[in-house]
Design a binder for this molecule. Structure first.
Ligand code: AP5
Ligand code: MG
Length: 213
C-alpha cells in the first residue's frame, strides 16, 4: 500500500502518518524529517537545504526528488510506504509517477488533511518536536506527560526553526501556490480522499482508517 499525505504545513500530516505507520507496519517517509536529520548531522545535503527551509521556501525539486527516489528504493519500502511532505510540487508528483510506472505500480491513496489557514498558526506556535525519535506534541492539544520531555524516548523537546509566525505565513503562501494543485492531480487519478483535520487526532485517524480498509 502506497499512501501520500497531502495538507498545509501544520495540518497534522506527520501526526497521522506516524499513527498509520504503526497501525499498518509501513515506513513513514517525511522529506522534512530527512532534511532536518541532515541539518543536524551537518551533511552537504543539510547545508544546502537549511537556507531554503529557514526562509519557508521549498528545497529545489531536483535535490528533493533524487533524495526521495533513493529512499523509496530501499528494501523496507517493497511492501509500500507513507509519504509525508512529498510530493509538494507537480514536477515532484510527475517524477514519482514516472518512477512508479517503470515498476508497474501506482499510488493507492492520497489523503488530504484539511485545516483552514486560521488554525495553522496556532498549531505551529504550540508545536514541540522530539529531535531524537521524531514524535510530535502540542503544548495545548497534545501535551507530553512530563513538560518538555518526549514520552517515547525521554529526549528534550525542541521548537522547529521554521515555526516562527512570519515563516509559517510564508510556508502557507508557498503551500497554496505550489502544493495545493496536487489535490486536483490526485483527484484526476481517482485516488484522492479528504479528511477534516480540525477534528481530534483520534477522530482524524478513525476517518483515515475507514478510507484505508
Ligand atoms: P515539513 O517538515 O514537511 O513541514 P510542513 O509540510 O510544513 O508540515 P509540518 O511538518 O509543519 O506539519 P504537519 O502537517 O506534519 O503537522 P504536525 O503533525 O506536525 O517541511 C519542512 C520544510 O522542508 C519545508 O518548508 C521545505 O522547505 C522543506 N521540504 C520538505 N519536503 C519538501 C519537498 N517535498 N520539496 C521541497 N521542500 C521540502 O502537526 C502540527 C501541530 O499540530 C503539532 O504540534 C501537532 O501536535 C498538532 N496537531 C496535529 N494534529 C492535531 C489535531 N487533530 N488537533 C490539534 N492539534 C493537532
Ligand atoms: Mg510534518
Amino acid at each position: 500500500m502506497k499512501i501520500v499525505m497531502l495538507g498545509a504545513p501544520g495540518a497534522g500530516k506527520g501526526t497521522q502518518a506516524e499513527k498509520i505507520a504503526a497501525e499498518y507496519g509501513l515506513p513513514h517517509i517525511s522529506t522534512g524529517d530527512i532534511f532536518r536529520k541532515n541539518i543536524k548531522e551537518g551533511t552537504d545535503l543539510g547545508k544546502e537545504a537549511k537556507g531554503y527551509m529557514d526562509a519557508g521556501k521549498l528545497v529545489p525539486d531536483e535535490l528533493t526528488v533524487r533524495m526521495l527516489l533513493d529512499r523509496v528504493s530501499g528494501d523496507d519500502c517493497r511492501g509500500g510506504y507513507i509519504l509525508d511532505g512529498f510530493p509538494r510540487t507537480i514536477p515532484q508528483a510527475e517524477a514519482l509517477d514516472g518512477e512508479l510506472k517503470k515498476l508497474g505500480e501506482d499510488i493507492d491513496f492520497a489523503i488530504d488533511v484539511e485545516v483552514p489557514d486560521e488554525n495553522i498558526v496556532k498549531r505551529m506556535s504550540g508545536r514541540r518536536a522530539c529531535p531524537k525519535c521524531g514524535a510530535t506534541y502540542h503544548l495545548e492539544f497534545i501535551p507530553p506527560k512530563k513538560e518538555g520531555i518526549c514520552d517515547e524516548c525521554g529526549a528534550e523537546l525542541t521548537i522547529r526553526d521554521d515555526d516562527k509566525p512570519e515563516t509559517v505565513k510564508k510556508r502557507l503562501d508557498v503551500y497554496h501556490d505550489q502544493t495545493q494543485p496536487l489535490i486536483e492531480f490526485y483527484e484526476k487519478k481517482g485516488v484522492l480522499h479528504t479528511v477534516d483535520g480540525t477534528a481530534d487526532v483520534s477522530d482524524v485517524f478513525e476517518a483515515i482508517k475507514n478510507i484505508l480498509k
